[in-house]
Design a protein around this ligand. Structure first.
Ligand code: ADP
Ligand code: MG
Length: 456
């Protein structure tokens, strides 16, 4: 038996009570008898007996309850890993077992909650749209990583602040106000300029309701729709370009036909010259429409190449008569350097178009008596087709642009040679659907070489 418990508070109180009890008993007995030895013995026996009972009660009930209380205090602090170590049986033992089980359940429950929370925050942080959670008073409770990457700062710069104190954008303010006012989804958009970069952002405000259908707050979702806007702009540009390109020849045809009908046709020379213009313009129109159809065909979702084994020497042989006439007109010397027996798997007609377009350009953008060389070589995995000329060349800065639709370095020159501005766009498209690539070497006034690599 250890002595220390004797000095604890409850024990001291018990001790005092025993003392009072003994004095009271002593006083009562002393009234009945004068035998002090008997009286003393009774009191000592009584004292020892009570002391033993008291220590037993303390060890058996008080100490375990104190231990249990300490553990419960740990549970209250959230330390669910704490366990009550005990050897007691009976009621207290059972209570301790139940409490240990409760702690185990709580610990498991908390682990599951933590996991759920982590999963949710992973999802929120990895969504590709910015997300802001507001309460009914307009305080920000959460911003995700994407939002921070769009607007800068850290989450501490936003959390627990009123949205209008930390977000400057007027459209965001309006979206929040309208979401709260109309209690329905509100969609708006705005532009954001970072350095020189202009970004288009779509914002959706969605109200959040509680179980009693009362407005509790709102979620703001912010999407970067720059790529969609760019596509839309490109489409608009394309439509504008096509309309413009179609309008020029048609205006010319209508004008000359009208002049003829108004009497000019009676003059044989004028008739011939105007009809020639009308013919040339119709021809240009036809070329343009054919190129447009080719492009739209290539861009169809379900576009499929009609792949066969293409014999490159045969293919170039078929091209020469088509090109020769043009080259001769300009006194251009054509040189063919085609390795024999090269084959590749591809769409024959499309590849033919690639070579024709490149050769046509080489002739068109070369001076009279220039030189154009076509070479076709085997390069293990690829067939390398190159077309060189000693013509006007292209400025380094605009080389990436010449593959854009309708882009021409010199509009008038291109038009005079019957160009549509679509030739290289078609070439690039065909090469890419064959999983090949194209590159250009060029210098102004020093000619150009176009290299096309087609996988075999
Ligand atoms: N071999 C070349 N030499 C110089 N410039 C060229 C050459 N090929 C193409 N270009 C430039 O690229 C532009 C786009 O070519 P392309 O798409 O074939 O259209 P087009 O020939 O109808 O104008 C041409 O207008 C021209 O400015
Ligand atoms: Mg061309």
């Amino acid at each position: 038996m250890r002595l220390r418990p004797l000095f604890t508070k409850p024990l001291a109180a018990y001790h005092a009570s025993i003392f009072i009890l003994l004095i009271a008993t002593g006083a009562i007995i002393s009234l009945l008898t004068n035998e002090y030895i008997i009286l003393g013995s009774i009191l000592i026996v009584e004292y020892v007996g009570l002391l033993i009972i008291m220590l037993h009660v303390y060890e058996k009930y008080m100490k375990p309850i104190k231990k249990t209380t300490k553990a419960v205090n740990e549970f209250l602090k959230g330390n669910y890993r704490t366990r009550i170590q005990h050897t007691e049986s009976g009621n207290i033992g059972e209570l301790n077992n139940k409490l240990n089980e409760l702690a185990r359940n709580l610990s498991e429950f908390r682990m599951q909650e933590q996991m759920k929370e982590e999963q949710l925050s992973t999802v929120i942080d990895n969504t590709q749209s910015g997300l802001v959670l507001l309460d009914g008073k307009g305080y920000i409770h959460l911003v995700n990583r994407k939002f921070l990457s769009m607007f800068g700062g850290e989450s501490g710069d936003y959390r627990s602040f009123l949205y209008y104190d930390v977000l400057e954008n007027e459209t965001i303010h309006e979206t929040v106000q309208q979401t709260f006012l109309y209690e329905r989804n509100i969609i708006e958009s705005f532009t954001q300029v970072i350095d020189v970069d202009k970004r288009y952002i779509e914002i959706i405000g969605a109200p959040i309701f509680n179980e009693r259908n009362m407005l509790k707050g709102a979620v703001l979702l912010l999407y970067d729709i720059t790529h969609l806007k760019k596509l839309e702009l490109m489409r608009k540009d394309f439509v504008a370009n096509v309309s413009h390109e179609l309008k020029t020849p048609i205006t010319s045809i209508t004008g000359f036909a009208e002049t003829l009908l108004n009497g000019a046709m009676n003059d044989k020379k004028t008739l011939h010259s105007f009809l020639t213009i009308i013919y040339d313009e119709s021809y240009r129109l036809q070329g343009l429409i054919e190129d447009l159809l080719t492009l739209s065909e290539l861009e169809k979702d379900n576009f499929k190449l009609a792949k066969t084994t293409v014999h490159m020497d045969k293919l170039t042989g078929e091209i020469i008569p088509i090109i020769q006439h043009r080259a001769e007109q300009k006194g251009i010397n054509m040189e063919m350097n085609v390795q024999e027996g090269i084959t590749l798997q591809g769409d024959r007609e499309r590849i033919k178009q690639v070579v024709i377009n490149l050769l046509t350009n080489a002739i068109n953008y070369s001076p009279e008596n220039g030189e154009v060389i076509l070479t076709v070589f085997d390069e293990t995995e690829y067939v390398h087709v190159s077309v060189s000329d000693n013509g006007i060349g292209i400025d380094q800065a605009v080389i990436p642009r010449i593959f854009e639709r309708f882009y021409r370095v010199d509009k008038a020159r291109s038009r005079n040679t019957g160009g549509t501005g679509l030739g290289l766009a078609i070439v690039k498209h065909i090469v890419e659907v064959h999983d090949g690539h194209i590159s250009v070497e060029s210098e102004p006034d020093n000619g150009s070489t176009f290299h096309v690599y087609l996988p075999k």
